[in-house]
Design a protein. Structure first.
Length: 452
């Protein structure tokens, strides 16, 4: 989830936090409409919706066929998808076209050759100020369980690297759970453990809000990284086998998490700061440290994170243009943050920004490979958590375009498979191994430790 503007984040004062965080910023949409308009391909065929070349240039048909063949064999993992929000709020069950302006559906997952989907349990900071963060997380977990119950032939709940490989063999899509925002555990290690028992396999330590134990990239600088309790959270995640996700956190928190974690860390949806200078992206020194730690950076596709120099001015202009309509929504839905966000997304979708060329996104993969190495990059698009994406990478059906572009740039089949999913699987399996080595003791210290 990354739809907020930087302007909103920068002017946040403590009294205004609840109001601003419940405000869907005008981050934009390239439109569910354009994404659905060319959906004419064969059902379940990877790349069926990707036949039109994203940039409109003629496609090398032989290379495209090779891309599809590689893609079909590969394990393809999306580590961050926010479709869980409409699944929870609107009981959207992933069958049929997604409700406007969202873009994820079962059919599109199949068309994209997806092997595993991490359903993001994004908990708005509103639930911190109003109560119910853990309850909201539980409701979102339930929506994913219900989707699996409704579609037993297509989806299977997965909680391990081996589960993902098994799902691929069974021709099903592995459904996994990841918490976005450490405030979801309400400062309770017991609650963290309960979420693990329900199947949650990663937790993003913060969202854009600094919480009681970790600073966020766009939040207040309060702890200068992880607090002592934050370090305990990371150690308990290691012991459980829950991946430590450093997307959204401040550089200091990222550095601390890498220091404390005994298992490799992930960034479930972050790109390279050198190519797009936003605090949510990862600077070179931390890319190198994640590589040394054995972790993986899953590239975020959101256009602002791909090329802020081009997109942010367009976004700002749109925000100014839509301010009146947004203010009216803020007033109308001031007590309903979920509805407010949905209506804001619709407004964005009706006012799309011009999409970036796909090459700009592939540049991030190239760059992280150059700085961190081929073993430390993957894909975490942030679909349905942001609204503007590059041409040809606008929803889960379009993954084969990435494989094609990587082939065009000379990546080998083995390297492409690493990027599509094998790097993440290696990290996941290693976190499980670390957990087994640490889990000889009884859960935690048995206390209901709260830090306030
Ligand atoms: Zn996010």
């Amino acid at each position: 989830m990354d739809r907020r503007t930087f302007a909103a984040a920068l002017v946040v004062g403590s009294m205004l936090v609840a109001v601003l965080y419940s405000r869907p910023a005008r981050a934009g949409a390239s439109g569910g409409g354009s994404a659905t308009s060319n959906a004419h391909g064969a059902h379940g065929e990877p790349g069926a919706r990707a036949r039109q070349s994203p940039a409109g240039e003629p496609r090398d048909e032989k290379l495209w066929q090779r891309a599809l063949a590689i893609h079909r064999k590969a394990i393809v993992i999306d580590t961050h998808n926010d479709v869980t929000t409409p699944m929870t709020n609107d009981d959207y069950d992933l069958a049929g076209p997604p409700p406007v302006p969202y873009r994820t559906s079962l059919e599109r997952m199949k068309q994209g050759g997806l092997s595993a989907e991490f359903f993001s349990l994004y908990v708005r900071p509103w639930y911190v100020t109003h109560g119910g963060a853990a309850r909201r997380t539980l409701d979102m977990i339930d929506s994913v369980y219900r989707a699996v119950e409704r579609h037993p032939n297509d989806l299977i709940l997965a909680t391990s690297a081996a589960d993902i490989r098994r799902a691929k063999k069974q021709k099903k899509i592995a459904a996994l759970l990841g918490i976005e925002g450490g405030h979801a555990i309400e400062n309770s290690l017991a609650t963290l453990r309960e979420f693990y028992r329900l199947g949650v396999r990663y937790m993003t330590l913060t969202w854009n809000n600094t919480n009681d134990w970790a600073d966020a990239a766009r939040g207040e600088r309060k702890h200068h990284g992880l607090s002592p309790f934050g370090e305990e959270v990371v150690r308990e995640m290691n012991r459980l086998g829950m991946l430590v996700d450093v997307s959204h956190v401040s550089d200091e928190t990222m550095s601390d998490a890498i220091d404390v974690s005994k298992a490799p860390v992930i960034a479930s949806h972050s790109s390279a700061r050198a190519l797009s200078n936003v605090p949510r992206n990862i600077p070179d020194d931390l890319l190198r440290r994640i590589a040394k730690n054995g972790g993986v950076v899953q590239v975020n596709f959101y256009s602002v994170f791909v090329d802020t120099a081009t997109v942010t001015p367009q976004n700002d202009a749109r925000n100014r243009r839509l301010k009146g309509q947004q203010d009216a929504l803020d007033e109308k839905y001031r007590d309903d943050p979920e509805r407010l966000a949905e209506e804001g997304d619709k407004l964005d979708a009706a006012n799309p920004l011009p999409p970036l060329p796909l090459s700009k996104l592939i540049d991030h993969i190239d760059y992280i490979v150059k700085v961190a190495g081929i073993d430390h990059v993957g894909l975490g698009p942030d679909f349905d958590g942001a609204m503007d994406f590059p041409e040809g990478a606008q929803d889960v059906s379009m993954y084969p375009n990435i494989t094609y572009e990587l082939l065009k740039r000379g990546y080998s089949e083995q390297d492409i498979r690493k990027i599509l999913g094998e790097n993440f699987l290696r990290v996941f399996a290693e976190a499980e191994r670390v957990s087994r080595s640490l889990s000889k003791s009884i859960s935690g210290d048995g206390s209901v430790k709260r830090i306030r």
